[in-house]
Design a binder for this molecule. Structure first.
Ligand code: HEC
Length: 111
């Protein structure tokens, strides 16, 4: 009985110690999974495809991408095909837009 309590306590300690590391890993990969799920179909896995846009996402900094996503979401940004991006940005909340913008900034510019 006593030993099982010790085991449970040890497990809880290990879990507590590991939790911050696990959640940091999730946050870091979050923008990538959002990108691959919602964006790669049109802009390519590496963000190098314009996919109907004036410029491909890769090579733009996080601020610029985020501003465009916000603009598409509120209707103030975009060209002829902006309704496509309106539908996409509707699926993302603000944190998602920031995460995906941060991820895009890590993609090398298309050559
Ligand atoms: C169904 C295809 C499609 C998907 C999916 C898609 N896009 Fe787009 N994207 C477009 C089109 C088309 C445009 C150009 C719209 C216009 O006319 O303004 C565009 C424009 C953009 C632009 C502006 C580029 C520029 O510099 O003018 C950015 C940034 C962008 N998309 C990022 C994303 C991100 C991030 C996602 C995922 C959350 C995404 N797109 C998903 C088709 C798509």
């Amino acid at each position: 009985m006593k030993s099982s309590i010790v085991v449970v306590a040890a497990c809880l300690l290990v879990a507590a110690a590991c939790l911050p590391a696990v959640s940091a890993a999730w946050a870091a990969s979050d923008g990538k999974s959002l990108y691959l799920e919602h964006c790669a179909g049109c802009h390519g896995k590496d963000g190098a495809k314009a996919g109907g846009a004036a410029a491909p996402p890769a090579g733009q900094n996080s601020q610029a991408v985020y501003a465009k996503l916000r603009g598409y979401a509120d209707g103030s940004e975009g060209g002829k095909l902006k309704n496509i991006m309106l539908n996409v940005t509707r699926k993302l909340d603000d944190a998602g837009m920031r995460a995906v913008s941060d991820y895009i900034e890590t993609l090398p510019a298309a050559r």
